[in-house]
Design a protein around this ligand. Sequence first.
Ligand SMILES: [Mn+2]
Length: 426
Amino acid sequence: MKISKDQIYNTNQKKITQHHARFDFLANELDASGLQVNELVDKLVAFQVAIPSWALGAGGTRFGRFSYQGEPSSLEQKIEDIGLLHQLTQTAGAVSLHIPWDIPEDTLAIKEKALENRIVFDAVNSNTFQDQKNQAFSYKFGSLCNTNKAVREQAIAHNKEVIKIGNDLGSKSLTVWLADGANFPGQNNFQTALSHTEDSLKEIYKYLPEDWKLFIEYKPYEPNFYSTVIQDWGTSFMLANACGPKAYTLVDLGHHLPNTNIEQIVATLMLKGKLGGFHFNDSKYGDDDVTVGSIKPYSLFLIFNELVYGIENNKQNPYPAWMIDASHNTKDPLEDLMQSLEAIQIAYAKALLVDQTKLKAAQQEHDVVACQEILHAAYNTDVRPLVAQARINAGGAVTPIETYRNLQIRQSLIDIRGKNSVASGL
Ligand SMILES: [Mn+2]
């Protein structure tokens, strides 16, 4: 199903007068402080976030999964759902596929479907954290790190296959996240596991097409609870350097121990030109994968402040690949993703308001109070009218969730797909 432009336009009309009043008020204020409002809006329009193919269905936990009615049951339907998100928000113009959950049966038809929905193919994700049917060897004791060469070779071959599938679709990057590690002390030899992982990644790297990037994701624990082979950004950075210039570190917000200074990690990686990809989510305790900005919005702002600084100042770092990596167990997945997209745009917009010249001067003067005031001035600005204006300029909805509800999109999806359709994934 698709939403017509008229439907969005007509729904917007009910909100547009109120929006204009709010936007004009904010624009005057920003203008007075020397900001180019049109440029800010253009930057927001340009900021696109990939939606992972596994986020369109209800997410699971270790304890169960409560499915959501009208879930997409095929890759075509997943792309249609992202198309709906993109129509409403104009921020979700890309999909990130997970192989083998989303192997296209007909590549041309899938490409056509994506084009129809104005969706491009972002990074493809390999999966060696689960065993698949008819697989010769198990990943129970690791994949790229396994002590058995045949297991490592099988995992390398899978990654090559993922690159091939991605290449046929027009993707330009591979994300590798490994569950490899140990549950108990003594289970693994740390050095052997790391060496095997490095050698395996180098094999995959060799197979990358010339214009591709390899993103290496890290995570401190879970599903292994004693050690993870690629546990932190330093290990990922080291492996990326060992592979070569097309390999980068990928930061997933949930993959840190509590209170880790993620914005500092971002700054370090961008200075070294090695921040390749970024996964958005939020958390309270661990890798909770809840809606972006729902728990620690100020941290998200500080992270964006470093991203904006890095994009502006670190030309050695490629423009990062953005993706939402969250799991939805209680909300309508599409509404949840719209909340995440809005939170990302809000944090980005606030970071764009930071007066970098004044901040630099205050840092130079060691005026700590002024430094904080500058950050807070940006953070405490209600930028929602800017974000809405960007959506309107691009043809989206003033209020995406309200529009989605008014147009009864979920009910239409249930009518078409039924109450019991289930999305592939965990
Ligand atoms: Mn991730």
